[in-house]
Design a binder for this molecule. Sequence first.
Ligand SMILES: Cc1cc2nc3c(=O)[nH]c(=O)nc-3n(C[C@H](O)[C@H](O)[C@H](O)COP(=O)(O)OP(=O)(O)OC[C@H]3O[C@@H](n4cnc5c(N)ncnc54)[C@H](O)[C@@H]3O)c2cc1C
Length: 556
Amino acid sequence: MTQLQNLSQSFDVLVIGAGAAGLYTALCLPETLSVGLITKDTVSLSASDWAQGGIAAAMSPEDSPSLHLEDTIAAGAGLCDLEAVKFLAQKAPSCIQSLVDMGVAFDRQGEQLALTLEAAHSRRRVLHAADTTGKEVITTLTAQVLERKNISIIQQTLALSLWISPTGRCQGISLIYKNRVIWVRAKAVVLATGSGGQVFAHTTNPAVSTGDGVAMSWRSGAMLRDLEFVQFHPTALTIPGANSFLISEAVRGEGAHLVDDTGRRFAFDYHPKGELAPRDIVSRAIFTHLQKTATEPAKANVWLDLRSLPTDKIHHRFPNIIQVCKRWNIDIFSQPIPVAPAAHYWMGGIVTDLMNRTSLPGLYAVGETASTGVHGANRLASNSLLECIVFGAQMANLELEEVNFKEESSTESVFNLSASDWDSQQAVVATMRAQLPRLVWQSAGICREQKSLESGIAQIETWRKEFANLPLSQFLLNLSAGQIGIFDRETPQQQLYLWGETRNLLDIAYLILQSALFRTESRGGHYRQDYPHTDREWQVHTLVQANKVWRSQLLE
Ligand SMILES: Cc1cc2nc3c(=O)[nH]c(=O)nc-3n(C[C@H](O)[C@H](O)[C@H](O)COP(=O)(O)OP(=O)(O)OC[C@H]3O[C@@H](n4cnc5c(N)ncnc54)[C@H](O)[C@@H]3O)c2cc1C
């Protein structure tokens, strides 16, 4: 892995994030370009690595890109961008082939790639590698990236802010690197920072999913879209300490039943497709059922019962789920798994076009942080890994504008604070970090309504002001572009990370709640108890830029 050699280093392209989107982007960029691939943790920690179920593509003779398109559009509840979905569905088979060519070992049935059925897909079209598809993809892509001479991987480095030139172009990024704030220039910056699931108290996402790319680009004036649309996965393991470990959709796809404490398959009370209805419907069914039947709904769970599935199928398809459940003393062959919904996928993000361009020159976004328009108001299962690959591949066509970086000598600024002031400041940040996700879960979770959204926004505004007044905030926010930030004592990197991530979480929480308050209807991953119906007048995107929230034109 690379160390930054000196602080004035520059790259042709900086890719922030080493999940499927970042790794594939880095691989597809022309090999003539110098690429810095930055990740705040190690390459092995990302949502991509945790993906279980698989990746969708119309590969079988009974299937076609147009059927894939139809299913994606139906799931997207009126807000998909037709051109983007067409592009995704048509490119899917060739992108899968390129993954196979790179060495991704998808499961096979005989010679053929094995395909499974997932909720809301009309055909068996989900490729998988047991129940660790993401790991298989990430391991292969990482090995390829390590071979590339033009790619420098820089781990344990947190991207803090975009570096915007006086003409409004993104010309690099500021980073927390080895307990310093440094600035690195690039002709293009690609954000591939993934999701913001950590803003919710219950999430299937890893700790790195703190919405950094969305927050950073918003602060620099990029246009964002549809931030209220969050997919809640119906079946996360509800054992304290298990971190809402995801029990894949594929388990229900293969025939497992969702039952309540009495053993009844209650999902059919809410939708004719029962447990195979779209995710938002199944999540809401569980939420509503628990509200009706449990004494403490917030702590209650339902059960996922695999006992009707053939034992060898469970062994073959779900080895990881068997292992994790075993760790929590659940034998899935003989016992149902306790599950409840958790925030899983964020449909909203930074507005991008088919070439991954954002509204800021020089800034691109790929993967979950982007809003390409393929998911609309609700993502079709297994389309997100695909989106990372299909849109990452577009970076092969990147045309860099020639930018001449002026050699400037950088100045340094030193932060002094007594140990006790450091500690009390950290305590304030840590408290916000702990309380914020609970607030967001209560006010912008599975079911939302005006009053709790408004009180949530008021609390977040108070926290944001308090946060901005902290001594560390004053220091970091007042560094001028290019100025290096130094700390007068050995500051653990974790403390700086906590500051950076909490700032981003406060910003995205604010934006999600504002967007959820703005949209007075229910659609896809946004459900308002006070406006429970879908309204034709709201078949529009919610657009956000700086402090403005507005509607796009009516979509056809
Ligand atoms: C448990 C789970 C199971 C899933 N299963 C499936 C599935 O079966 N099929 C499917 O299609 N989708 C699935 N998804 C969704 C899918 O995994 C994600 O949408 C997709 O992997 C996102 O990829 P990404 O590259 O955009 O982000 P990620 O894979 O999350 O990668 C983000 C990267 O950005 C880095 N990063 C973030 N912020 C910063 C910063 N400030 N500075 C530096 N680095 C930063 C992170 O460290 C990480 O390397 C699943 C998600 C989860 C959580």
